[in-house]
Design a protein. Structure first.
Length: 247
């Protein structure tokens, strides 16, 4: 959502408390994606490999993500009642499914540390790319919430570096790392495109945009066009699962 239309959408979404609370609750939900168990398993496996420095890094990463969820929880509280975030907006869960249930396979011992950290890398990269637009929109109405998101983005930049270093270290070689990363990025692009459509639809259904009747009709039209565009492609789910299974 970094183009002019996306920027306008975000500005109108966070302009009023209900939309702002929704945006912040959505960020909180993204931070809470069921990663706790995965981090536990990562720490356990890395400790078993004798790499204490790396285990420390993963523990710090886990603590950061828990802290981020708490920061956003407080930001939502300041705005008002916490809105529910529907399961269809849990983008990390969606991406995991599009990657053939990667985290479940990892917990079962059928996927490696390099796979999980490449997944984390593309998630962190997306936050670093997209969330500054949220900061800009928030700055117009809520300086404190904007500063919260900005501080979290600083951590996410560090996490991209962690993720890259760990995924590379646990890959067979640099070529394997680069190939996996390119494949995950392609799948994530499709998951994210689909996710934007769902996000827009939920916002419109809940009437969270601070716009007049005419502009609301325009947004509904744009949302409909976007959905139509996506449905004309092959399902991103099937593409993701197939490309992983065949690798
Ligand atoms: Fe985070
Ligand atoms: Fe992160």
């Amino acid at each position: 959502m970094t183009d002019p239309i996306g920027r306008r959408f975000l500005e109108r979404l966070v302009a009023q408390p209900p939309g702002r609370a929704f945006m912040l609750a959505f960020l909180k939900a993204s931070e809470e994606a069921d990663e706790g168990k995965i981090f536990d398993t990562l720490v356990e496996r890395i400790e078993r490999s004798g790499d204490d420095e790396l285990a420390k890094l993963v523990r710090r990463h886990r603590a950061d993500e828990e802290r981020h969820a708490a920061i956003f929880a407080r930001a939502v509280e300041r705005v008002g009642a916490a809105p529910s975030i529907p399961a269809e907006l849990h983008v990390v869960t969606d991406l995991d499914a599009d990657l053939g249930g990667l985290t479940t396979r990892f917990l079962a011992g059928d996927a490696g540390i390099a796979d999980v950290y490449t997944l984390l890398q593309v998630i962190e990269e997306r936050a670093v790319r997209e969330w500054p637009a949220v900061v800009r929109a928030l700055r117009l109405v809520d300086a404190m919430a904007a500063a919260d998101v900005e501080a979290v983005i600083d951590d996410e930049r560090r996490h991209v570096k962690y993720a890259r270093a760990i995924a590379r270290r646990y890959s067979v070689d640099d070529r394997a790392y680069e190939q996996r990363l390119a494949s995950f990025r392609t799948i994530e692009e499709r998951t994210y495109a689909r996710h934007i459509q769902v996000f827009t639809r939920v916002v419109l259904e809940r009437d969270l945009l601070a716009v007049g009747a005419l502009e609301r009709v325009i947004w509904r039209g744009l949302s409909w066009l976007g959905r139509r565009g996506l449905s004309e492609e092959e399902s991103p789910c099937s593409i993701g699962s197939r490309s992983l299974r065949s690798s």
